[in-house]
Design a protein around this ligand. Sequence first.
Ligand code: WTA
Length: 643
Amino acid sequence: MVKKALEALLKEDRVFPPAESFRRRANVSDPSVYDSAAKDRLKFWADLAGQLHWFKKWDRVLEWDLPYAKWFVGGTTNISFNCLDRHLAGPRRDKTAILWEGEPGDERRLTYVELHREVCRFANGLKLLGVQKGDRVTLYMPMVPELCVAMLSCARIGAVHSVVFGGFSAEALRDRINDSKSKIVVTADGGWRRGAVLPLKQFVDEALTGTPSVERVVVFKRSGSAVPMKKGRDLGWEELVGNQSDSCEAEPLDSEQMLYLLYTSGTTGKPKGIIHTTGGYMVGCYASTHWIFDLKEEDVYWCSADIGWVTGHSYVVYGPLLNGATVLMYEGAPNHPDNGRFWAIVEKYRVSVFYTAPTAIRSFMKWGDDFPGRHDLSSLRLLGSVGEPINPEAWIWYHQTIGGGRCPIVDTWWQTETGHILISPLPGITATKPGSATRPFPGIEADVVNDQGESADSGYLVIKSPWPGMLRGIYGDPERYREIYWSRFPNLYFTGDGCKRDKDGFFWLLGRVDDVLKVSGHRLSTMEIESALVDHPAVAEAAVIGKSHEIKENAVVAFVTLKGRAKATPELNQQLKEHVVKKIGSIARPDEILFTADLPKTRSGKIMRRLLRDIAEGRALGDTSTLADAGVVNSLKEKYEED
Ligand code: WTA
């Protein structure tokens, strides 16, 4: 992957400066913002924070005790207040906040004042259930406005939300509930996906067979499917909010009050609960949305990410609502009822800013130009990309076929851990190059370093100083936080991404350098999938690698050795795939499983995944001199090629 991407990127020399008409109206168009932010980073962020509402202003902008940052120390605020109440006094009161389309084609619109009312009612409902400041609430929901309502309600009263993506299995949900010790789970009777109902409540029931912390389950009615309700534990959303008052004061919260946990995959078998807090995260989301997506009062903004991922947290919910935007939300799949669904939505709602992932763009390319060609996409004025490196070919297609050659593209680099975008063009300033995320956002100090941690043109992407929305740790595991992010290079935040910097100082992201995979935009860990495989009674050992894939970026390939009596049959192969789905979810289903008598190992017993990658990619084998038994890879290579 890295090598191929690099070759393509090295040839890329096209440049796309912003059109004069775009630049003239852009929220930021003066390139001196970079210098002034660099001169006084703290002032830069403090000025942006000053545009939001604080119950009490902060005493100090930053307290930095590596690896722990505190932003806007001593200040109190509330992100739910800033997303809602702040807009109610002016013309945004009756502006559409959420424009929602269900997969079957049903529609809902909520204005800011209506969204505020729903949030107050649900927040009061949560209080009635005994939820207090700091309590964790797990949200396992489809893409419906009530998911935003639930998040903003937690934030309003200082409870911590932990959204679990609906594509995770019951077991994965259980682990996340237990790690966070959530008191409440909010779910739905189902959500529509590709014409079928995803039975979320059933998964919750399965998960809750082993979750001692959970007291109550709130069930939103979306699909109308009949679901069993457990007496004393489960109650309907309507039943809960029915008698609740429309007003609930937003709690003044310490800037460092925990806002949410979001579980993400790392390089071990266990997902990490990434901690985000209130004030800094709010400022980072607010500013990046305003500057990068260039939102105007009349825009219809659509980020197609699921709220179960960080992109949905920061750029479906918090960033746009902080900016008083009209946010489009779509419940279902991009290919239902046909491959043109997204473009039908753009046309129908006159979407003007559209943000999606390269994996989606590559699928659209494959489906052909006819689908977008049938729809009027002239409302679009800005396009965004996130989640993986975008190959120049997909960038150009996106620019021409979707953007009609007139929309700037913002290729935004960031992570669950960073909270908000750290590297991206500013669409009224930056002359973009297809495949490059261009430059660090003003106020962000990023660098590329070699193995020794010295600044270099190619190597690893690091961040040199704290930023407002940075993670505040891994829930319940401070040691791991220090080790993963702060031990590889002294005093630098290690991103885990390979990166090259060109002569103009532009950053070209080259994918992960660790065992984290991106499969159709979903972040997965090879170790997590390996643990799921070895959990099966027939499996002795497993090694999982990502093989480059034309559309999904990575395909999951597993090499598996079986225990004594187990037979390597196609049925077992299938069973193992299902086992991974059961343990993690369908997003982690291996594309290929290869049975093998042995795995290539070093003399000290470490599996050499690099060689497995060479085999899966059909490349000549790299250095095999440290192998304990060189015969293993040759026979494996032959076997792989036969299969
Ligand atoms: C990758 C998603 C290249 C990167 C917001 C990072 C990108 C990981 C880009 C984080 C981009 C994200 N160009 N690579 N524009 N954006 N990545 O936590 O490898 O799901 O480390 O957050 O996605 O994935 P996560």
